[in-house]
Write a protein that binds this ligand. Structure first.
Ligand SMILES: [Fe+2]
Ligand SMILES: [Fe+2]
Length: 250
């Protein structure tokens, strides 16, 4: 059994500081094999927010695949957004926005779905270009024989509660490639509400792990268990200053 801790939408800058050490402790309790952070590490892509996100990642005790979300490129600095939108990510988080962690039996592969502009009004939506799709496909081929999990901020498939939100451009072609490649799961965020819309491969969406901008849902993270059967997620939610299984109150 391989276990991946799935965090999302940390939103440093609009986060709950008191939850940070407790979240680190709660993840450590489960000794995951690897950790996925599916985007929106910051609120406004400010340097101070990236510094806090980097300190959080440094405190994690398993290999991490973190990908950016739409909040992780500057919104106000238009010149930077257009010409070097991932500069701050490279400076504070990693030299790539598409990291890969390879362990015995597991490949955790990052997919950067952030777009600096969109052909419609919702610039928070994502997209996968044909060149990114080809690169992802090559990385999956290189990991043949392992359980493959892809980490991408924008869900490629939406639950019924988010049918009004724009799906990433290229989502259908990407899903089709990932299905044909036998990918075990896609870990995503962005919607700030957990969900697992039916289909293959499973798209497992985590709510926000630390943001205070959640509407009527708790902060959460998930322990994704990958074994012989379909992947399963153990939902951990913040209850005041405690983290506990979601099922306790469900
Ligand atoms: Fe977010
Ligand atoms: Fe987002």
């Amino acid at each position: 059994m391989i276990r991946v801790a799935h965090l999302s939408d940390l939103h440093f800058g609009a986060h709950r500081p008191a939850l940070v050490p407790l979240l680190l402790e709660d993840i450590a309790r489960f000794s995951p094999d690897a950790i996925a952070i599916s985007g929106d590490l910051t609120q406004r892509a400010r340097e101070e927010e990236f510094r806090e996100a980097a300190a959080f990642i440094a405190a994690l005790s398993a290999p991490v695949v973190a990908v950016p979300g739409n909040h992780d490129i500057p919104a106000g600095a238009i010149f930077e957004r257009m010409f070097d939108p991932r500069r701050r990510w490279r400076e504070f988080i990693a030299d790539t926005t598409e990291p890969v962690v390879t362990l015995p039996g597991l490949a955790l592969i990052g997919l950067d779905t952030v777009r600096r502009a969109q052909p419609h009004l919702d610039w928070s939506a994502g997209g996968i270009s044909t060149s990114r799709l080809a690169r992802l496909s090559a990385r999956i081929d290189a990991a043949a024989g392992r359980t493959i999990v892809v980490v991408a901020h924008h869900p490629l498939r939406h639950p019924a509660t988010a049918q009004d939100r724009a799906r990433p451009i290229g989502a259908t072609a990407t899903l089709s490639m990932l299905r044909d490649a036998g990918v075990a799961a896609i870990l995503s965020g962005h919607l700030h509400r957990s969900g697992e819309p039916a289909g293959a491969p499973p798209v497992m969406i985590s709510g926000s792990s630390l943001s205070h901008r959640v509407l009527g849902v708790p902060n959460e993270w998930g322990l994704v268990e990958l074994g012989d059967g379909p992947p399963r997620v153990r939902h951990r939610i913040a209850d005041g200053t405690l983290w506990r299984d979601a099922a306790v109150l469900a």
